[in-house]
Design a protein around this ligand. Structure first.
Ligand SMILES: *Cc1c(COP(=O)(O)O)cnc(C)c1O
Length: 313
């Protein structure tokens, strides 16, 4: 079977593309003359949502072209990318291996339980070895993994390689309403790199980082764009002010924002990524960071599993 390069349809999985673009009407935005549209990429596929679909599509097409039957990737114990690859592998009949940072914990958390149930083989790497692979100096580690699992097609953390970034660059063409700023949350920065590259002239992209101390992301996004497109599009910026203490951390303010957003709009934003994105955008709007008359598009890659937690008082 031969898929087109850049194809986002995963055999056996029907994704909803283009995903819907819906306005969020909110008096806090209206007071500043700013409009907000949500790009509901969470609705693309229940188990392969958002940027994970956009990145995995071209990567798994490439794996098939190369005749590879096993795809191996890396991630933390709560990695949405690992979970999505497990689901895609089971739909496509590809074997998958998830290399998880840190030690094994039993019982498996819901993300790894899902992955294992989907047929993914899981293995664990100590943090030093994990860092070595990430830094490109993990040849011995990869050789060990090949000895254990056989030959594999390697996907980096978050699926953020050249094909993944290019997959994300297709999103702006789906936006059929006028807008000024395309906004997303950033883990590896691969999504921002692609989105910004796909923008028409005169528009800009804004990334909200969810990691603490992620100043390196500015260089990473530039490097990913250089590798995928040969040029830095220069139309994007990152804000590092809304990580709420670090990856998967929260603050009472963020928790309150999520509960309030759910009350107002009926959407349970995920607290790790899109909750920080929307909290950041509402904070920036309140601070007058956008000109009256501007329209923002925020990409929602996933929602929370359940209703938001509440802070007493
Ligand atoms: C993976 C993920 C991100 C981060 O995407 P990057 O391309 O790694 O920056 C954002 N939101 C959600 C819901 C994700 O699963």
């Amino acid at each position: 079977m031969c898929a087109r390069a850049g194809d986002v349809s995963l055999a056996g999985a029907v994704g909803r593309l283009p995903s819907p673009l819906v306005e969020t009407v909110d008096d806090r935005l209206a007071a500043r003359g700013v409009r907000l549209l949500l790009k509901r990429d969470d609705l693309i596929h229940p188990d392969i949502p958002g940027n994970k679909w956009r990145k995995l599509g071209p990567n798994l097409a490439r794996a098939r072209q190369l005749g590879q039957h096993t795809v191996l990737t890396f991630g933390g114990a709560y990695s949405n990318h690992v979970r999505a690859l497990a689901a895609a592998g089971s739909l496509l009949g590809l074997r998958t291996v998830g290399v998880i940072r840190g030690e094994e914990h039993r019982p498996l958390n819901p993300v790894l339980r899902f992955a294992a149930d989907a047929g993914m083989r899981l293995t664990y790497l100590d943090r030093a070895s994990y860092r070595a692979v990430r830094a490109g100096t993990g040849a011995a580690v990869l050789a060990g993994l090949t000895a254990e699992f056989g030959p594999f097609h390697l996907l980096p953390e978050g699926g953020s390689n050249t094909l993944g970034v290019r997959g994300c660059a297709g999103l702006p063409a789906e936006l059929d309403q006028d807008f000024d700023v395309l906004c997303c949350s950033c883990g590896t920065g691969g999504t921002l790199a692609g989105l910004a590259a796909g923008l028409a002239p005169g528009r800009r992209a804004l990334g909200v980082t969810v990691l603490r101390g992620a100043a390196f992301l500015d260089a990473d996004v530039a490097r990913l764009q250089q590798a995928a497109f040969g040029v830095n599009s220069g139309n994007w910026t990152l804000t590092h002010d809304f990580h709420a203490g670090g990856y998967a951390r929260t603050t009472p303010e963020l928790t309150r924002f999520l509960a309030d957003f759910h009350d107002r709009h009926g959407l349970a934003l995920d607290a790790v990524y899109e909750g920080k994105l929307l909290h950041g955008l509402f904070s920036l709007v309140a601070a007058g960071a956008f000109a009256p008359g501007e329209t923002l598009v925020a990409v929602v890659n996933a929602l929370a599993d359940g209703p938001p937690a509440r802070v007493a008082g």
